[in-house]
Write a protein that binds this ligand. Structure first.
Ligand code: FHN
Length: 492
C-alpha cells in the first residue's frame, strides 16, 4: 500500500512537472490570439450559415481577362498585373465603369434562391478601386459614369432578403501612394507607409459607419511583410473596429502576431474569429481543424474570382461538385462560400445563374441537412458525409452501393453497457420512412470487434436510379447492449 502511494506521488509530481513545462513553453504574446472561441450570438449565427455567396466585382470586370485581343489565363481580377493590359490603361478603366444592368435586388433574390445565408462583397480589391464613395480617395464609384454607391445597394438588397453582409477589404492597395509590400527601408518610406496606415484605418471606420448592418469584415491581401510588421498597430485597429461595431466578425487574415505568425499565433492559437486558410481547398478531417471555426471560399472555374469572358479555358464545377464540397465543409463544421464574378455591365453570367439555380433546388429540399448543423458522431463513411442537429443525423449520400443499401457504421457507445441503434430513418425529401434492414434478408447488421455496429438502410425504389445526392435522416437511440437483438426484431 505504502509503495503504491509513493508511486502515485511520483506520478503526480511528474505530471505537474510536465504541465508546468508545457505552460512555460507558451510564449507570452501581446498580439497573439485574444480569448478562446467566441460563444456570442453573432458568432453562433455565423456558424449556422452553412452556405454563403462571394462576389468579386470591380473595374477588372470590364476587361474580363482579355484586352486588345490578348487573354490572361491568370485570375481575371489580377489582369492589371498580367502584362496583358498596360497599368495606365487599367488605372483609367474606372472612367468607363457604368454597370447600367446592375440590380442589387435581382442578385440578392438569386442568392436567396441558391440558399446563401451570407454574402461577402468586394468593397475594394487589390487595385484599390472602391465600390463605395470613399471620401479618402478619388478612385471610387463616385467618380465613374455610374456614380451610385454600389456597396450600399448590396447591403440594402441582401439585408432585405435576410442575407447577412460581410465586407471584403483588401489590405493591398496598388492605387495608394503610401502602399508598399516590403517593409520600409528608410524614413521616407516609413513616413509614406504611415499615410497608408491612416488611409486604411479611415476607410475601415468609414465602411462600418456607412454600413452598420454589415456583420463582419473579410480581409484579404494581408500577407505583405510591411503589413505583418505592423502587428501591434493592426491589433489595436482590430480592437477599435470591434469596439465601434459590437459582434463584428473578423477572420484570421487580418493580422499577424508580433513574431510575424499569421492565422495561428506563435502558440498555435487561431488569430481572430475563424480560420481563413481554406481558400479553394477543404480540410480532410476534424483533427486538422483543431476545433476552430473556418470557412472555405471556392471559385467555380479554378482560380477565377473576377469576371473572365472565356470560361472554356478551365474545368467549370457543376452544382453536384459544389454541393459535395458544401456538404463536406458542413460535416467538418465549416461554412462554404461560392464565388460569383459579375460582368462589367452588372450581369451575373448564365453559367453562374444555372449553377445557383441547381444548388438552390437541392437546398430547397435538403437545406435542413446544412443550416445549423455540425459534424455528426459518425465517422466519415464511403457513401458520403453526415451532419447532425440534436438527435437527428443527416446522411447525404453521394455514392450508392450496387445493392442499394447504405451501410451505416455507428460508433461504440462511451457507456459499455449501451449500444447505439438506429431507431428511425426517413428520406428528407418526402419524409417517407426508410427501411432499416436487420432481418438478414435484404441486409445485415453486425457489431465489430471495436464495439461499432453497422446498419443497412434500404434506398427507396424512387431513388435507386438517381444521379443526385439525397439525404436520409436517422435518429439514434441508446439501448442496453443485451437487448440490442430484441430491439432489432421490434423495428424490422
Ligand atoms: O489575390 C486574391 C484573389 O484575387 C481573391 O480575391 C482571393 C479570394 O479569397 N484572395 C486573394 C488570394 O488569396
Amino acid at each position: 500500500m505504502k509503495t503504491k502511494n509513493i508511486f502515485i506521488s511520483m506520478f503526480c509530481l511528474l505530471l505537474a512537472g510536465q504541465v508546468t513545462a508545457q505552460e512555460s513553453a507558451r510564449i507570452p504574446l501581446a498580439h497573439g490570439a485574444h480569448g478562446g472561441k467566441r460563444t456570442d450570438a453573432a458568432m453562433q449565427q455565423w456558424r449556422e450559415y452553412g452556405l454563403g455567396q462571394f462576389i468579386h466585382w470591380g473595374v477588372y470586370a470590364i476587361p474580363g481577362g482579355q484586352w486588345n485581343g490578348k487573354t490572361s489565363t491568370g485570375a481575371a481580377e489580377w489582369i492589371r498585373s498580367s502584362g496583358v493590359i498596360d497599368k495606365a490603361d487599367y488605372d483609367n478603366l474606372y472612367k468607363q465603369f457604368n454597370p447600367t444592368d446592375f440590380d442589387a435586388s435581382r442578385w440578392a433574390a438569386q442568392a436567396k434562391q441558391m440558399g446563401a445565408r451570407y454574402v461577402i462583397f468586394t468593397t475594394k480589391h487589390h487595385d484599390g478601386f472602391c465600390m463605395w464613395p470613399s471620401k479618402y480617395t478619388n478612385y471610387t464609384i463616385a467618380h465613374t459614369p455610374y456614380k451610385r454607391d454600389i456597396v450600399k445597394q448590396i447591403v440594402d438588397a441582401y439585408t432585405a432578403e435576410g442575407i447577412d453582409v460581410y465586407l471584403y477589404f483588401s489590405i493591398i492597395d496598388w492605387s495608394h501612394k503610401g502602399y508598399q509590400a516590403a517593409p520600409a527601408a528608410n524614413d521616407k518610406d516609413k513616413a509614406r507607409y504611415e499615410t497608408f496606415k491612416t488611409f486604411t484605418r479611415n476607410q475601415l471606420i468609414e465602411l462600418l459607419t456607412n454600413y452598420p448592418q454589415a456583420k463582419g469584415l473579410w480581409f484579404d491581401g494581408s500577407w505583405d511583410k510591411a503589413w505583418i510588421e505592423q502587428a501591434a498597430w493592426v491589433d489595436d485597429l482590430g480592437k477599435e473596429l470591434r469596439a465601434m461595431h459590437p459582434g463584428l466578425i473578423i477572420g484570421s487574415r487580418f493580422r499577424a502576431d508580433e513574431f510575424g505568425k499569421r492565422h495561428e499565433d506563435s502558440n498555435g492559437d487561431l488569430i481572430d474569429d475563424y480560420d481563413q486558410r481554406y481558400e479553394r481547398n477543404l480540410p480532410n478531417s476534424l483533427a486538422e481543424l483543431k476545433g476552430n471555426d473556418w470557412d472555405c471560399a471556392m471559385t467555380i472555374p479554378e482560380n477565377q474570382w473576377g469576371y473572365h469572358h472565356d470560361w472554356s479555358l478551365w474545368y467549370v464545377k457543376t452544382p453536384y461538385d459544389l454541393i459535395e464540397m458544401m456538404v463536406k465543409a458542413n460535416a467538418l463544421d465549416g461554412n462554404f462560400v461560392i464565388n460569383f464574378g459579375p460582368d462589367g455591365k452588372g450581369n451575373i453570367r448564365k453559367e453562374e445563374t444555372d449553377i445557383a439555380r441547381g444548388i438552390g433546388e437541392w437546398m430547397a429540399v435538403n437545406g435542413e441537412a446544412i443550416y445549423g448543423t455540425h459534424h455528426s458522431l459518425l465517422e466519415k463513411q464511403d457513401w458520403g458525409y453526415s451532419t447532425q442537429r440534436n438527435n437527428s443525423i443527416y446522411l447525404t449520400v453521394f455514392n450508392k452501393s450496387m445493392n442499394n443499401l447504405v451501410r451505416v457504421k455507428l460508433p461504440k457507445n462511451a457507456d459499455k453497457a449501451l449500444v447505439y441503434v438506429i431507431e428511425k430513418a426517413h428520406l428528407l425529401s418526402n419524409k417517407a420512412a426508410v427501411k432499416i434492414n436487420g432481418d438478414g434478408k435484404t441486409g445485415t447488421y453486425y457489431r465489430d470487434k471495436t464495439g461499432a455496429s453497422y446498419y443497412d438502410l434500404l434506398i427507396p425504389d424512387s431513388l435507386q436510379a438517381t444521379t443526385q445526392p439525397f439525404v436520409i435522416v436517422i435518429q439514434l437511440k441508446e439501448v442496453d447492449k443485451k437487448n440490442q437483438d430484441d430491439y432489432m426484431q421490434a423495428i424490422i
